[in-house]
Write a protein that binds this ligand. Structure first.
Ligand SMILES: Nc1ncnc2c1ncn2[C@@H]1O[C@H](COP(=O)(O)OP(=O)(O)O)[C@@H](O)[C@H]1O
Ligand SMILES: [Mg+2]
Length: 250
């Protein structure tokens, strides 16, 4: 489990995160939703330790990560896999090299073992025949799958995704969502996903946290979200025509 206790974060006089407490469970897809600019990326980067929080605690399992020194943090960082917006693959490295990268950095595997593990991860994301291609030669959805394969290379306990469906068409988004869900179950990871894709919310939202004006505004499951009476959340969720028609049919 990951637990956030009363975390706050400001950039000068911009108070982005205000006293947020949340729990993210193992083997479940935990979604953070909210308007663009509501602080989702800042929250994710704070959980990862990329941003230093001003107040509160970030706890991984039993470890108070936010109070550890850099050396202690390394241990937890090795257990984290992440997929940033855009995928952030190395353009001049092949698919295989991209997936092997974390293994070359953090494992003691031989080259053969690394290749075996990388191949296992590529198969897991249904990408068997792309080893020698470069990111520029494959589709956006395939790039995203490579990024996921790279994120799971070190058998992480924790998986983070920032807007995994940005730039993807709706069908590819569904494939990626289901892959994230399956991997979460298979690897029993604590998975945290930032998204404003309502389709993902309905499909894979085990636990949803809605962030509004820097505060934790609402938490619940996707079923609960469809019935919400909360004004701000309702306006956010049912802003699109598609979602309004889904609500009507429930
Ligand atoms: N590195 C930074 N320095 C200063 N302000 C930042 C930084 N990153 C984000 N912000 C501010 O934090 C707020 C939330 O941004 P962000 O977390 O990116 O929103 P979201 O991911 O929900 O779209 C915005 O007002 C943004 O300008
Ligand atoms: Mg963002």
């Amino acid at each position: 489990m990951i637990e956030l206790k009363n975390i706050s974060k400001s950039f000068e006089d911009n108070h982005v995160l205000k006293d947020i407490s949340l729990k993210f469970k193992k083997g479940e897809t935990n979604l953070i939703i909210g308007q663009s600019g509501s602080g989702k990326t800042v929250l994710l980067k704070s959980i990862l330790g990329i941003h230093k929080i001003d107040k509160g605690q970030i706890i991984y399992g039993e470890d108070v990560y936010s109070e550890m020194n850099n050396k202690e943090k390394q241990k937890i960082r090795k257990e984290i896999g992440m997929v940033f917006q855009g995928g952030a693959l190395f353009g001049s490295s092949t698919v295989m090299e991209n997936v092997m990268f974390p293994l070359t950095m953090f494992s003691n595997f031989s080259k053969l073992e690394m290749e075996k593990q990388a191949r296992f991860c590529l198969e897991r994301v249904n990408l068997e025949d792309a080893d020698n291609l470069f990111p520029g030669e494959i589709s956006g959805g395939m790039q995203k799958r490579v990024a996921i394969a790279r994120a799971i290379a070190l058998n992480p306990k924790y998986l983070f995704f920032d807007e995994p469906n940005s730039g993807l068409d709706p069908q590819t988004s569904i494939v990626i969502d289901n892959l994230i869900k399956d991997i979460t179950l298979d690897f029993n990871t604590v998975t945290v996903i930032n998204t404003h894709d309502m389709n993902s919310v309905v499909e894979i939202g085990d636990n949803i946290a809605y962030i509004h004006e820097g505060k934790k505004w609402w938490t619940g499951s996707s079923e609960e979200l469809m019935k919400t009476e909360n004004k701000e959340l309702s306006e956010f969720v049912f802003a699109t025509k598609l979602m309004r028609s889904i609500k009507k049919n429930k």
